[in-house]
Structure formats: C-alpha cells, structure tokens
Write a protein that binds this ligand. Structure first.
Ligand code: ADP
Ligand code: MG
Length: 293
C-alpha cells in the first residue's frame, strides 16, 4: 500500500507545481522544525536597481559607473545586471575589461584601462582589508537601514565609490512566513548580503533567525548549526551558491527561477518562484502521510 500512497502523493505534488526528486524528503517535510530561506531571488525578486551613488576623491558618479560597468561586464549576478543597466540609462559606454575574475560571494575584479578595479560587498572589503572612508560609511549605513544592498568600487587599492541597490520583497513572502509560524515552524534567512540589509528584510517579514554575510562555502554550515540543535531543517534557495546548503538540509527545496545546480541539489523543485508553495509542500506532506499510519 505504501508505494501507492507515495505515488498518489507525488502526482498531487506535481499538480501543485512541485517536482519531487526524493520521496523520503517529501515525507520528512511534515516534521520540519526550521526552514531557512535564501534572501536574494527567493524571498526577494532579485531585481535590483541602482538607487544611489556616492563617490569620494576625484571620481564622479558617471566615472564610477563606467568603471563598475566595465568590471561587471562578464558577470551574471543581478548586482552586475543592475550596474550595467544604470550605466546604459546614462548612456555611459563601458570600456573593455580584461583579466576578469569572479570572486564567489564577494564580488568581481578586472583590469580596466590599465588599472586594477574591484566591485563587491562587505565580504570583498574584508578580503582586501580595505577601510571605508567616512562619507561612504554614512551612505552605506543609510542604505542598509532602507534594506538596500551596497557594493563598493575599489580602484588601484582605493575605495572610491559606493552604489546602493534596491531589491523588492516578493508579495507572497509575507504570507509564507506567517503561515509557517502557524505551523510552528521557525523561519530563518541565509544570505551573503550585509547584516544591515538582512536584518531590515527579516524585520519586515518577521523572520526569527538571520545568517548574514555568509560566504558561499559556509552556507551549508549554517544548516548544520540548526541540525546540531536537534532540528529537522528545510532549505529553500535558487542560486549556485545555495547548492551545498540544499544538499545538507533534510529537505532541500529549489525554486522555479533557480539555476541548474540548485535544481540538481534539491529534493523538491517548486516550479514557480512562490514562497507560499513551501507552505503548500509542508501541508501536502502532512495530509498525505497522515493517511499512511
Ligand atoms: P546571496 O547570498 O544574497 O544570494 P551572493 O552570495 O550571490 O548573495 O553574493 C553575496 C554578496 O557578494 C553580494 O551581496 C555582494 O555584496 C557580493 N557580490 C557577489 N557577486 C557580485 C558581483 N558580481 N558584483 C558585486 N558584488 C557581488
Ligand atoms: Mg539567491
């Protein structure tokens, strides 16, 4: 009888836009204690737009945008897309960049007009051991309070500009967090973004636990941390960076807009990018497996 129930469950899941890759995980979903969501692209739309630029020294806004767009010309990241779009809007032509290097969870670097240029977030500054001039620190603080992601331009070792980018929280994220709380599930958020932004988004949504400024190689350790507390943990993500955490989780859930790597690491794939589908998944698991007992 068990295989039949499982089969019905799987097709029910499919009707609800869920592709089950691991049936045991699907069964475990009904007992989850915690669900960790990736922030960018999962709880938010990941559609950044540049909303502010601050520069120091001789560089003006257009010059900063030009250099940043050049360094970001090869990057797939949504931050890169936002910077290129902002340059386009001002009709700025980015010069060619060479020696491009993507630094996972930190930013990008390249050679532009003979200079070494970096664009990246707080993790990049830590890595370069670069101090933030006070004008940029104030700008970044204000942006962070407004849940805006800040990335910095470092030119020949000097921090010369900061860009503030606004993302949009998905409408369904609010209801999803509330519904998971109603099911007695703790909700956590995991992100490589700054703790300012992470906390602002978490406060807005009522999220219980925040892991911010986490490097891609450390994301699975945060899942493990909750598991070590004896919790059964679900992880929801979309990015290449989320793959190890999805694998580590008791129930790994990739959302529709996710990258191939995320999808291949997940136990369940949500066809759409709707956080409410995570709630439906838990409820479906509870409803289906109760019948088996
Ligand atoms: P998340 O965990 O929020 O999905 P990532 O791990 O992709 O984010 O990136 C973490 C941080 O690394 C970003 O918030 C940003 O500060 C920096 N970063 C990553 N890629 C880039 C890029 N192409 N340009 C600038 N900054 C980047
Ligand atoms: Mg993401």
């Amino acid at each position: 009888a068990i295989p039949l129930v499982v089969a019905i469950n799987t097709s029910l899941a499919a009707q609800n836009g869920m592709l089950v890759r691991d049936r045991i995980a699907m069964e475990q979903a009904r007992e989850l204690d915690s669900i960790i969501f990736d922030k960018t692209g999962t709880l938010t739309k990941g559609e950044h737009g540049v909303v502010g630029i601050e520069t120091v020294g001789a560089v003006d806004e257009d010059e900063a945008l030009k250099l940043a767009a050049a360094v970001e010309s090869d990057s797939e990241h949504m931050i890169a897309r936002a910077i290129r779009e902002a340059a386009d809007k001002r009709s700025i032509d980015a010069p060619d960049a060479s020696n491009f290097e993507a630094m996972k969870g930190r930013g990008v670097r390249a050679t532009v007009e003979g200079e070494e240029v970096y664009v990246g977030g707080p993790n990049l500054l830590d890595h370069l051991d670069a101090g933030v001039p006070s004008a940029l620190a104030t700008f970044a603080e204000e942006a962070g309070e407004n849940a805006q992601t800040v990335v910095y331009l470092v030119r020949e070792g000097e921090l010369t500009a900061a860009f503030a980018m606004a993302d949009v929280i998905r409408e369904e994220s609010y209801a999803a967090v509330d519904a998971l709380h109603d099911l007695d599930i703790e909700v956590a958020m995991l992100t490589g973004d700054s703790s300012d932004v992470a906390n602002a988004v978490a406060d807005e949504l009522g999220i219980d636990t925040v892991f911010a400024e986490v490097l891609p190689e450390d994301k699975d350790k945060k899942v493990q941390e909750l598991q070590d507390q004896g919790k059964l943990v679900g992880m929801v993500g979309d990015g290449v960076n989320d793959a190890p955490a999805l694998t580590r989780a008791d129930v790994g859930i990739a959302i529709g807009s996710g990258t191939d790597v995320a999808v291949q690491s997940a136990d369940v794939i949500l066809v759409q990018s709707n956080p409410m589908d995570v709630v439906r998944l838990v409820k479906l698991s509870k409803a289906s497996y109760r019948k088996m007992q």
